[in-house]
Design a binder for this molecule. Structure first.
Ligand code: SF4
Length: 325
Protein backbone atom coordinates (compact mmCIF):
# COMPACT_ATOMS: atom_id res chain seq x y z
CA UNK A 1 0.00 0.00 0.00
CA UNK A 2 1.08 3.59 -0.62
CA UNK A 3 1.44 6.02 2.28
CA UNK A 4 -1.83 7.69 1.27
CA UNK A 5 -3.64 4.38 1.58
CA UNK A 6 -2.01 3.52 4.90
CA UNK A 7 -3.19 6.89 6.18
CA UNK A 8 -6.77 6.04 5.19
CA UNK A 9 -6.60 2.54 6.72
CA UNK A 10 -4.19 2.88 9.66
CA UNK A 11 -5.61 -0.19 11.45
CA UNK A 12 -4.37 -2.57 8.73
CA UNK A 13 -1.43 -4.91 9.36
CA UNK A 14 0.64 -3.12 6.76
CA UNK A 15 0.19 0.23 8.50
CA UNK A 16 1.26 -1.34 11.81
CA UNK A 17 4.34 -2.79 10.12
CA UNK A 18 5.12 0.59 8.64
CA UNK A 19 4.94 2.23 12.08
CA UNK A 20 7.19 -0.50 13.53
CA UNK A 21 9.77 -0.03 10.79
CA UNK A 22 9.91 3.69 11.49
CA UNK A 23 11.31 2.73 14.93
CA UNK A 24 9.69 5.71 16.66
CA UNK A 25 9.34 5.20 20.41
CA UNK A 26 6.13 5.83 22.37
CA UNK A 27 8.02 8.55 24.27
CA UNK A 28 8.79 10.35 21.01
CA UNK A 29 5.17 10.16 19.89
CA UNK A 30 4.03 11.49 23.26
CA UNK A 31 6.62 14.18 23.90
CA UNK A 32 8.59 15.07 20.76
CA UNK A 33 7.70 18.34 19.07
CA UNK A 34 7.92 16.57 15.74
CA UNK A 35 4.75 14.60 16.56
CA UNK A 36 2.69 17.47 17.90
CA UNK A 37 0.44 17.40 14.85
CA UNK A 38 -0.10 13.68 15.30
CA UNK A 39 -1.05 14.26 18.93
CA UNK A 40 -3.48 17.03 18.04
CA UNK A 41 -5.04 14.93 15.31
CA UNK A 42 -5.19 11.96 17.72
CA UNK A 43 -7.22 14.06 20.17
CA UNK A 44 -9.45 15.23 17.32
CA UNK A 45 -10.01 11.65 16.14
CA UNK A 46 -11.29 10.73 19.59
CA UNK A 47 -13.40 13.86 20.02
CA UNK A 48 -15.03 13.50 16.61
CA UNK A 49 -15.63 9.79 17.17
CA UNK A 50 -17.34 10.44 20.47
CA UNK A 51 -19.19 13.64 19.62
CA UNK A 52 -20.09 13.09 15.95
CA UNK A 53 -20.12 9.29 15.74
CA UNK A 54 -17.60 9.32 12.88
CA UNK A 55 -13.95 10.33 12.57
CA UNK A 56 -13.81 13.29 10.22
CA UNK A 57 -11.51 13.75 7.28
CA UNK A 58 -8.54 16.08 6.98
CA UNK A 59 -6.86 16.94 3.67
CA UNK A 60 -3.85 14.72 2.97
CA UNK A 61 -1.74 16.75 0.57
CA UNK A 62 1.74 15.33 0.94
CA UNK A 63 3.69 12.56 2.64
CA UNK A 64 4.17 14.58 5.82
CA UNK A 65 0.37 14.83 6.16
CA UNK A 66 0.06 11.07 5.69
CA UNK A 67 2.76 10.31 8.25
CA UNK A 68 1.06 12.49 10.87
CA UNK A 69 -2.29 10.89 10.05
CA UNK A 70 -0.84 7.39 10.48
CA UNK A 71 0.75 8.27 13.83
CA UNK A 72 -2.41 9.98 15.02
CA UNK A 73 -4.14 6.60 15.02
CA UNK A 74 -2.02 4.98 17.78
CA UNK A 75 -2.29 8.27 19.69
CA UNK A 76 -6.10 8.14 19.47
CA UNK A 77 -6.10 4.50 20.58
CA UNK A 78 -3.96 5.28 23.63
CA UNK A 79 -6.27 8.15 24.59
CA UNK A 80 -9.41 6.04 24.22
CA UNK A 81 -7.92 3.22 26.31
CA UNK A 82 -6.98 5.76 28.98
CA UNK A 83 -10.54 7.14 29.17
CA UNK A 84 -11.47 3.67 30.46
CA UNK A 85 -15.09 3.69 29.44
CA UNK A 86 -16.50 0.79 27.46
CA UNK A 87 -19.33 2.81 25.94
CA UNK A 88 -16.92 5.41 24.53
CA UNK A 89 -14.53 2.69 23.41
CA UNK A 90 -17.32 0.99 21.45
CA UNK A 91 -18.30 4.33 19.96
CA UNK A 92 -14.74 5.06 18.93
CA UNK A 93 -14.31 1.66 17.22
CA UNK A 94 -17.51 2.21 15.26
CA UNK A 95 -16.53 5.76 14.28
CA UNK A 96 -13.17 4.64 12.85
CA UNK A 97 -14.91 1.84 10.94
CA UNK A 98 -17.47 4.29 9.51
CA UNK A 99 -14.69 6.57 8.29
CA UNK A 100 -13.06 3.60 6.54
CA UNK A 101 -16.40 2.66 4.96
CA UNK A 102 -16.69 6.08 3.30
CA UNK A 103 -13.26 5.54 1.74
CA UNK A 104 -14.02 1.96 0.71
CA UNK A 105 -17.14 3.02 -1.15
CA UNK A 106 -15.00 4.84 -3.71
CA UNK A 107 -12.16 2.30 -3.92
CA UNK A 108 -11.81 -0.06 -6.91
CA UNK A 109 -13.20 -3.57 -6.47
CA UNK A 110 -9.72 -5.18 -6.43
CA UNK A 111 -8.69 -3.02 -3.50
CA UNK A 112 -11.82 -3.95 -1.54
CA UNK A 113 -11.11 -7.62 -2.22
CA UNK A 114 -7.58 -7.20 -0.88
CA UNK A 115 -8.88 -5.50 2.28
CA UNK A 116 -11.45 -8.24 2.82
CA UNK A 117 -8.69 -10.88 2.81
CA UNK A 118 -7.13 -9.34 5.91
CA UNK A 119 -10.36 -10.10 7.77
CA UNK A 120 -10.60 -13.64 6.42
CA UNK A 121 -13.53 -12.71 4.16
CA UNK A 122 -13.24 -14.64 0.93
CA UNK A 123 -14.78 -13.01 -2.13
CA UNK A 124 -15.32 -15.08 -5.28
CA UNK A 125 -16.25 -12.75 -8.09
CA UNK A 126 -19.43 -11.17 -6.77
CA UNK A 127 -20.15 -13.93 -4.26
CA UNK A 128 -19.28 -14.55 -0.64
CA UNK A 129 -19.57 -17.74 1.42
CA UNK A 130 -22.65 -17.54 3.63
CA UNK A 131 -20.60 -18.14 6.80
CA UNK A 132 -18.41 -15.09 6.10
CA UNK A 133 -21.57 -13.20 5.23
CA UNK A 134 -23.30 -14.08 8.48
CA UNK A 135 -20.23 -13.21 10.54
CA UNK A 136 -20.36 -9.53 9.62
CA UNK A 137 -23.73 -8.75 7.99
CA UNK A 138 -26.03 -6.42 10.00
CA UNK A 139 -28.79 -9.02 9.92
CA UNK A 140 -31.00 -7.04 12.30
CA UNK A 141 -31.80 -5.12 9.11
CA UNK A 142 -34.46 -6.88 7.03
CA UNK A 143 -32.56 -6.33 3.80
CA UNK A 144 -29.50 -8.22 5.10
CA UNK A 145 -31.32 -11.32 6.39
CA UNK A 146 -30.12 -14.42 4.59
CA UNK A 147 -33.66 -15.35 3.51
CA UNK A 148 -33.79 -12.13 1.50
CA UNK A 149 -30.54 -12.79 -0.33
CA UNK A 150 -29.69 -14.61 -3.51
CA UNK A 151 -28.09 -17.77 -2.06
CA UNK A 152 -26.76 -20.66 -4.19
CA UNK A 153 -24.52 -23.59 -3.19
CA UNK A 154 -23.57 -21.83 0.02
CA UNK A 155 -22.62 -18.56 -1.70
CA UNK A 156 -24.44 -15.24 -1.43
CA UNK A 157 -24.47 -12.69 -4.27
CA UNK A 158 -23.07 -9.40 -3.08
CA UNK A 159 -22.26 -5.94 -4.47
CA UNK A 160 -19.11 -3.91 -3.90
CA UNK A 161 -20.66 -1.44 -1.45
CA UNK A 162 -22.15 -4.32 0.50
CA UNK A 163 -18.73 -5.95 0.80
CA UNK A 164 -17.46 -2.59 2.09
CA UNK A 165 -20.27 -2.63 4.68
CA UNK A 166 -19.21 -6.11 5.85
CA UNK A 167 -15.61 -4.94 6.11
CA UNK A 168 -16.82 -1.95 8.14
CA UNK A 169 -18.20 -4.36 10.72
CA UNK A 170 -15.01 -6.44 10.62
CA UNK A 171 -12.95 -3.28 11.25
CA UNK A 172 -15.21 -2.20 14.13
CA UNK A 173 -14.88 -5.61 15.75
CA UNK A 174 -11.12 -5.73 15.24
CA UNK A 175 -10.56 -2.29 16.81
CA UNK A 176 -12.92 -3.01 19.72
CA UNK A 177 -11.39 -6.44 20.41
CA UNK A 178 -7.88 -5.00 20.36
CA UNK A 179 -8.66 -2.06 22.63
CA UNK A 180 -10.85 -3.73 25.21
CA UNK A 181 -7.89 -5.79 26.50
CA UNK A 182 -5.23 -3.13 25.95
CA UNK A 183 -3.49 -0.88 28.42
CA UNK A 184 -1.86 2.42 27.55
CA UNK A 185 1.45 3.54 29.08
CA UNK A 186 0.75 5.57 32.25
CA UNK A 187 2.36 8.69 30.68
CA UNK A 188 -0.63 8.93 28.30
CA UNK A 189 -2.86 9.93 31.19
CA UNK A 190 -0.45 12.70 32.10
CA UNK A 191 0.09 14.04 28.57
CA UNK A 192 -3.64 14.05 27.73
CA UNK A 193 -4.97 14.61 31.23
CA UNK A 194 -7.08 17.65 30.31
CA UNK A 195 -8.61 15.97 27.24
CA UNK A 196 -9.31 12.75 29.14
CA UNK A 197 -10.93 14.60 32.04
CA UNK A 198 -12.95 16.80 29.72
CA UNK A 199 -14.30 13.83 27.72
CA UNK A 200 -15.00 11.89 30.90
CA UNK A 201 -16.92 14.72 32.50
CA UNK A 202 -18.79 15.59 29.31
CA UNK A 203 -19.98 12.02 29.00
CA UNK A 204 -20.45 11.33 32.68
CA UNK A 205 -24.20 10.90 32.02
CA UNK A 206 -23.26 8.04 29.72
CA UNK A 207 -21.13 6.63 32.52
CA UNK A 208 -24.23 6.52 34.65
CA UNK A 209 -26.10 4.58 32.01
CA UNK A 210 -23.27 2.12 31.87
CA UNK A 211 -23.01 1.91 35.61
CA UNK A 212 -26.57 0.92 36.28
CA UNK A 213 -26.81 -1.40 33.33
CA UNK A 214 -23.35 -2.68 32.81
CA UNK A 215 -21.30 -3.04 35.96
CA UNK A 216 -21.46 -6.74 36.65
CA UNK A 217 -20.30 -7.44 40.18
CA UNK A 218 -20.49 -11.19 39.66
CA UNK A 219 -17.58 -10.94 37.21
CA UNK A 220 -15.25 -9.11 39.56
CA UNK A 221 -11.99 -11.02 40.12
CA UNK A 222 -11.55 -12.71 43.52
CA UNK A 223 -8.96 -10.16 44.72
CA UNK A 224 -11.46 -7.33 44.18
CA UNK A 225 -14.40 -9.27 45.66
CA UNK A 226 -12.28 -10.01 48.69
CA UNK A 227 -11.38 -6.32 49.13
CA UNK A 228 -15.02 -5.27 48.79
CA UNK A 229 -16.15 -7.90 51.29
CA UNK A 230 -13.48 -6.77 53.75
CA UNK A 231 -14.53 -3.13 53.32
CA UNK A 232 -18.21 -3.96 53.81
CA UNK A 233 -17.44 -6.11 56.86
CA UNK A 234 -15.71 -3.11 58.40
CA UNK A 235 -12.26 -4.72 58.36
CA UNK A 236 -9.17 -2.60 57.98
CA UNK A 237 -7.78 -2.69 54.45
CA UNK A 238 -4.09 -1.94 53.88
CA UNK A 239 -3.24 1.14 51.82
CA UNK A 240 -2.25 -0.94 48.76
CA UNK A 241 -5.59 -2.76 48.97
CA UNK A 242 -7.51 0.52 48.98
CA UNK A 243 -5.41 1.71 46.08
CA UNK A 244 -6.12 -1.46 44.07
CA UNK A 245 -9.84 -1.28 44.78
CA UNK A 246 -10.22 2.42 43.90
CA UNK A 247 -8.22 2.16 40.65
CA UNK A 248 -10.20 -0.92 39.59
CA UNK A 249 -13.63 0.56 40.35
CA UNK A 250 -12.68 3.85 38.68
CA UNK A 251 -11.52 1.97 35.57
CA UNK A 252 -14.85 0.24 35.14
CA UNK A 253 -16.75 3.53 35.44
CA UNK A 254 -17.81 3.91 39.10
CA UNK A 255 -17.92 7.48 40.36
CA UNK A 256 -16.55 8.86 43.63
CA UNK A 257 -19.89 8.61 45.47
CA UNK A 258 -20.33 4.93 44.70
CA UNK A 259 -16.75 4.08 45.64
CA UNK A 260 -17.17 6.10 48.81
CA UNK A 261 -20.20 4.00 49.78
CA UNK A 262 -18.11 0.82 49.63
CA UNK A 263 -15.66 2.21 52.19
CA UNK A 264 -18.34 3.64 54.47
CA UNK A 265 -18.40 0.59 56.79
CA UNK A 266 -14.69 0.85 57.63
CA UNK A 267 -14.17 1.31 61.41
CA UNK A 268 -12.14 4.48 60.87
CA UNK A 269 -14.32 5.83 58.01
CA UNK A 270 -13.91 9.53 57.50
CA UNK A 271 -15.95 10.72 54.54
CA UNK A 272 -13.83 13.76 53.68
CA UNK A 273 -10.51 11.99 54.07
CA UNK A 274 -11.67 9.00 52.01
CA UNK A 275 -13.10 11.25 49.30
CA UNK A 276 -9.78 13.09 49.14
CA UNK A 277 -7.90 9.78 48.73
CA UNK A 278 -10.30 8.54 46.02
CA UNK A 279 -10.14 11.80 44.09
CA UNK A 280 -6.37 11.84 44.34
CA UNK A 281 -6.06 8.30 42.93
CA UNK A 282 -8.62 8.92 40.17
CA UNK A 283 -6.90 12.14 39.04
CA UNK A 284 -9.75 14.49 39.96
CA UNK A 285 -7.55 16.53 42.26
CA UNK A 286 -4.11 15.32 41.15
CA UNK A 287 -1.99 15.27 38.01
CA UNK A 288 -2.28 11.49 37.57
CA UNK A 289 -5.09 9.04 37.00
CA UNK A 290 -3.52 5.93 38.53
CA UNK A 291 -3.86 2.56 36.77
CA UNK A 292 -4.96 -0.70 38.38
CA UNK A 293 -1.90 -2.79 39.33
CA UNK A 294 -1.14 -6.04 37.50
CA UNK A 295 -1.69 -9.46 39.09
CA UNK A 296 2.08 -9.86 39.73
CA UNK A 297 2.09 -6.72 41.85
CA UNK A 298 -1.11 -7.60 43.71
CA UNK A 299 0.36 -11.02 44.41
CA UNK A 300 3.46 -9.53 46.03
CA UNK A 301 1.14 -7.50 48.29
CA UNK A 302 -0.52 -10.72 49.47
CA UNK A 303 -3.94 -9.66 48.12
CA UNK A 304 -4.31 -12.31 45.40
CA UNK A 305 -6.79 -15.16 45.93
CA UNK A 306 -6.87 -16.80 42.51
CA UNK A 307 -9.63 -18.98 41.16
CA UNK A 308 -9.54 -21.19 38.03
CA UNK A 309 -10.21 -18.29 35.64
CA UNK A 310 -7.21 -16.37 37.01
CA UNK A 311 -4.91 -18.81 35.14
CA UNK A 312 -5.96 -17.09 31.92
CA UNK A 313 -5.23 -13.50 32.96
CA UNK A 314 -2.41 -11.26 34.09
CA UNK A 315 -4.50 -8.28 35.13
CA UNK A 316 -7.70 -7.89 37.22
CA UNK A 317 -9.29 -5.79 34.45
CA UNK A 318 -8.66 -8.58 31.91
CA UNK A 319 -10.42 -10.95 34.27
CA UNK A 320 -13.45 -8.68 34.50
CA UNK A 321 -13.64 -7.84 30.78
CA UNK A 322 -13.12 -11.41 29.60
CA UNK A 323 -15.73 -12.85 31.93
CA UNK A 324 -18.17 -10.10 31.18
CA UNK A 325 -17.86 -10.46 27.41
S1 SF4 B 1 -4.70 -13.68 39.72
FE1 SF4 B 1 -5.01 -11.50 39.34
S2 SF4 B 1 -7.20 -11.30 39.04
FE2 SF4 B 1 -6.91 -13.28 39.99
S3 SF4 B 1 -7.13 -12.87 42.19
FE3 SF4 B 1 -4.96 -12.72 41.71
S4 SF4 B 1 -4.62 -10.56 41.32
FE4 SF4 B 1 -6.80 -10.89 41.19
Amino acid sequence: MELFELAKYPFMKEAKEWVKNEKVSVEEILFDELYERARERGVRRVREAIEDGIVGEIPLVDEADCIMEIFSYPVARMIVISIENEYLLRRYALAEAKKAYLHMKIEPFEFIKKLSEEFGIEINGNEIHFLDYLKYAPTWDFKWKLVNRDLKNGYVKIEKNEIARLIQEAIRKKIYDELIYAFAPPEVKKVFKNEIMSIRSKFSFKNKEIKTGEISHQYFPPCIKNLINSAKAGLNIPHVGRFTLVTFLNSIGMDTEEILKIFSSSPDFNSEKTRYQIEHITGKISATIYSTPKCDTIRTWGLCYPDEFCKKVSHPLYYYRRRKK
